[in-house]
Design a binder for this molecule. Structure first.
Ligand code: KG4
Ligand code: ZN
Length: 358
């Protein structure tokens, strides 16, 4: 079985082709650089850039795979949640391709792409405990099967990646800030600034990053004579130390909440063996090693997609599309792209549009 998948929900235009032997046959990806000057993704620019490049990105993936289009069994696209202009571009391209090949279209939830991606590279069986940390989302879930999720916790304000990006921006680092913050933290002292751990004593698995971000802002303000953070006089070492202290605090919050989630997961799903992290922030090596230690301590097996498949890509959409298609979940060609689409809102056994009412 061969599935082609398209991703266009944020600032990556990507396409990949995978098969049921867990092989990536071909792929291509374009990270839009147009947004860097704005310090964040500009939806209209993103939509236009997707439109401009989508045909070429699909052609390159097919060429790279060395297959004939007729050999594809289904065409999948990230159909939400995301920036709707971009999502529409990917969904329209996928529907057109599916129609012309007379093959089924599979609407994939972008978050399900992240959630299932580790199963392509690692032997991860259902059910597993998942920390999904991206630029737009931060959730702790039990993945019971394709389309079957139980949410144990979520952020009540910022997503983890959003917090990394905002802190990086305050420090004058460029966009996206997460990877640059991680790099700066490598030369920093993580114990120099003591930062809060919001919601740590709440007794549930929910997270909050807004207070952490404000605490960083206050530190930066203290380096400015007029209280304006853009006038803060920070030495490179100060920046590195703030990055390290923030990364330490954010990781500590995630680890502590996962400890609680592991207790629940083990009690409810004793057959579950894996702790998985996915989404853009899962590319962070410091977080990965903290989670590896947590899994070892908890007698769970730690798994994560390879670093290059943590941030948005076509492979994760093609793989989730393949898993959906294997279960017989296809979507009608009038499926409406969804700007909002909570992962645990699925009713996969119901007939119709990818398991949800469009
Ligand atoms: O999954 P993703 O590519 O897009 C969304 O679906 O949101 O995640 C992007 C997020 C950005 O906030 C980016 O700063 C963050 O992932 N990120 C990182 C790292 N690499 C990407 N955050 C921390 N450390 C990294 N190495
Ligand atoms: Zn994503």
């Amino acid at each position: 079985m061969i599935v082609l998948g398209i991703e266009s929900s944020c600032d990556e235009t990507a396409c990949a082709i995978v098969n049921d032997k867990r092989e990536i046959l071909g792929q291509s990806l374009l990270s839009q650089e147009e947004h860097h000057a704005f310090g964040g993704v500009v939806p209209e620019i993103a939509a236009r850039a997707h439109l401009e490049h989508i045909d070429e990105i699909i052609s390159r993936a097919v060429l790279n795979a060395g297959i004939e289009l007729e050999n594809i069994d289904a065409v999948a696209a990230a159909s939400g949640p995301g920036l709707i202009g971009g999502v529409v571009v990917g969904v329209m391209a996928a529907k057109a391709l599916a129609l012309s090949l007379n093959k089924p279209f599979v609407a994939v939830n972008h978050l399900e792409g992240h959630a299932l991606c580790a199963r392509l590279s690692n032997d991860v069986a259902y059910p597993y405990l998942l920390l999904l940390v991206s630029g737009g989302h931060c959730q702790i879930l039990v993945v019971k099967d394709v389309g079957e999720y139980e949410r144990l916790g979520t952020t009540i304000d910022d997503a983890a990646g959003e917090a990394f990006d905002k802190v990086a921006k305050m420090l004058g680092l460029s966009y996206p800030g997460g990877p640059l913050l991680e790099k700066a933290a490598l030369s920093g002292n993580e114990t120099r600034f003591v930062l809060p751990r919001p919601l740590i004593g709440s007794g549930d698995c929910n997270l909050s990053f807004s207070g952490l971000k404000t605490a960083v802002r206050k530190i930066i303000e203290s380096y400015s004579t007029d209280g304006d953070i853009t006038h803060a006089e920070l030495e490179p070492q100060d920046i590195n130390d703030i990055c390290a202290s923030f990364q330490y605090a954010a990781t500590d919050c995630l680890v502590k909440k996962l400890q609680k989630a592991i207790e629940i997961f083990k009690a409810k799903y004793p057959e579950g063996k894996h702790l998985v992290v996915s989404g853009g922030v899962a590319a962070n090596t410091y977080l990965r090693s903290a989670l590896q230690k947590l899994a070892d301590k908890s007698q769970l097996i730690f798994a994560a997609p390879p670093i290059k498949y943590c941030t948005d890509n076509g492979v994760m959409i093609a793989w989730a599309g393949l898993e959906r298609f294997q279960k017989g979940y296809t979507s009608p060609l009038d499926f409406k792209p969804r700007p909002r689409w909570p992962l645990d809102e699925f009713a996969p056994k119901a007939a119709g549009a990818g398991g949800v009412k469009a």
